[in-house]
Design a binder for this molecule. Structure first.
Ligand SMILES: [Zn+2]
Length: 238
């Protein structure tokens, strides 16, 4: 008797695959990637064997906070700023260039007469970029003043980047970049990300020394990192 749970999954066959791999996506799809010629019975067996893991993953994914609807750049759109939900408000028909300001939990875009969605998007992005640059600048400077050792890389610049997947980066020239969507995450996570990239000015990889460094300055960084990855659906795409 086989008492394993039957799992529904999507199968993709790939020419250059040597092994079967399983993944549970953020929208709770079980994705199985297999080599071209692996028999279905073998795939079924692998899926069945991993059904407890799949069930656990599915439960985890279903508990993720729901993502916000895609932006339409019209009044009523919802966005996050450091986890706080803000509503977009468009005020049409001004005489000056299109701008965006924040008032409490409202992001107000005042458009110039005749300007369209692209101008609204640009103004909104501009607001996030300015906000992000200022915030990360403050956090990075704060961390660097706390750390007594001299970094291996001199801090060159802090930029906000349109990373679709990664949260941040540090270049060999000491340029720190933070994903725009990271600005939608809770403040403790953003602060962890700032420390993480600062740590790369001292250690360029994710080796043991890098981890010890993080332990020294933020004892719960692993928790924050896990939360950061769990919240990846939270950020809306521009
Ligand atoms: Zn890193």
């Amino acid at each position: 008797m086989n008492n394993r749970v039957k799992v529904q999954y999507e199968l993709q066959r790939r020419r250059n695959r040597k092994r079967i791999s399983l993944r549970v996506t953020d929208d709770a799809t079980v994705l199985v990637v297999a080599p071209l010629r692996t028999p279905l019975t073998v795939i079924e067996e692998v899926v069945s064997k991993h059904s407890p893991w799949i069930t656990a993953k599915l439960t985890q994914v279903k508990q993720l906070p729901p993502s916000l609807p895609p932006l339409t750049y019209t009044t009523g759109d919802r966005l996050l700023v450091l986890e706080e939900e803000c509503t977009l408000q468009i005020e049409h028909g001004g005489v000056y260039a299109t701008t965006c300001i924040r008032q409490g939990s409202t992001l107000i875009v005042k458009t110039r007469k005749g300007s369209g969605v692209q101008a609204i998007r640009k103004a909104l992005l501009g607001w996030y970029i300015d906000f992000g640059k200022q915030l990360y600048h403050q956090l990075v400077t704060q961390w660097m003043s706390q750390i007594e050792e001299a970094p291996n890389l001199e801090l060159a610049s802090i930029e906000i980047a349109f990373y679709p997947k990664r949260w941040g980066s540090c270049s060999q020239k000491g340029e720190l970049r933070f994903a725009l969507r990271s600005l939608m995450l809770p403040y403790p996570i953003v602060n962890y990300l700032a420390l993480h990239e600062v740590a790369h000015l001292y250690y360029f990889n994710h080796g043991q020394e890098f981890k010890c460094f993080l332990d020294t300055y933020m004892s719960d960084w692993k928790e924050r990192q896990k939360t950061m990855n769990r919240l990846r659906r939270q950020a809306v795409a521009f």
